[in-house]
Design a protein around this ligand. Structure first.
Ligand SMILES: [Zn+2]
Length: 83
């Protein structure tokens, strides 16, 4: 799919399943087991456009159409100056 890594120029990739965090404004969707190709040298992850589109559609289903997910987590939020 990809010939060279645009960050380091390496051309060896391995297929992985990773956790992907989609964020839009202050809304977050975490998706597990997302397929990607990862650069074996610098670790940069590359996702296919159709994969990202599917995640974006799911995000819209959840935040704009009220779809319920099987799992939800609470995420703490801090301001750096208050640490
Ligand atoms: Zn790389």
């Amino acid at each position: 799919m990809i010939k060279v890594c645009s960050f380091c120029g390496n051309n060896n990739f391995s297929e992985k399943e990773v956790q992907y965090t989609y964020k839009h404004d202050d809304n977050i969707l975490i998706v597990d087991n997302v397929p990607c190709e990862q650069c074996e040298y610098c670790g940069e992850q590359y996702f296919k456009a159709k994969v990202l589109k599917k995640i974006e559609e799911e995000f819209n289903q959840i935040y704009f159409h009220g779809k319920r997910t099987k799992k939800e987590i609470k995420v703490p939020v801090e301001k750096y100056v208050e640490l």
